[in-house]
Design a protein around this ligand. Sequence first.
Ligand SMILES: [Zn+2]
Length: 285
Amino acid sequence: MIIKAKKHQSNQLNFTLFTILITLILVSFFILKESNFSKQIPDIVEIPKEVQESIKNVKPQKSLRVPILMYHYVEYVKDEGDTIRKSLNIVPFIFDQQVKTLKDAGFSFITTADLADALDNKASIDPKSVILTFDDGYRDFYTDVFPILKKYQVKAVVYIVPNFLDRSNNLTSWQLKEIAQSGLVEIGAHTMDHTYLSGLPLERVEYEIKQSKEYFESNFGIKVVSFAYPYGAFDNQIIDVVKKAGFKSAVTAISGIFALDVNRFFLYRVRPGVKAGESLLELFR
Ligand SMILES: [Zn+2]
């Protein structure tokens, strides 16, 4: 009897341990799922210390007030469960209103290539200029953004990741060709694989940066002079590679509205969110 009771007890203990183990596995699976797949790697929103240090004694020669607006998705999100897309999304109606606000307020829509030329004193830009930038090259750039750009005849810049092209969520090569030929959109590079560049070996950094420029130049016959850091991650070595690759500017996720000659390789941007009308213009003051 005693032996039987003990056996029963140990069976119960085994069952309890098994249940706890399964629960732990399930909980950790959901935590991992949340952190790896549902949440983004946070953007770098401050100038790294070493970069601050390197420009400490450099006096800016040129400073232009040019807000660079930063967008990801512009569409009506169909999948209610797609939290990343929803958090980064602006519906087309709002984007339309934002462009209208800027147009009505007398802004000129330029590209980052135009801005770089102005910083080099090679061209002059309207003192009331703005730049619309779109990261990653999602399919909605073609279906939702491009028609609005054409409607208002305004310029924009897309920073594309070559290895994302032709995926279901992204632009096709044909759509990109059409966009590049429109004369309204500048194509910028955003690495080959949307890679977080900080901390990587130099060869990988060089490959991701140089190759993404060459990819568009040889396959699309266009000149690529503008770069965007994935996740806004950069340091002095990365800036150096971007410069040597022949880019004329690079954008970050750091907030600001001034473009200076000293920060042309870590240009600041503005997140317009869903602001339109007066509240959007307020961001530039
Ligand atoms: Zn990106």
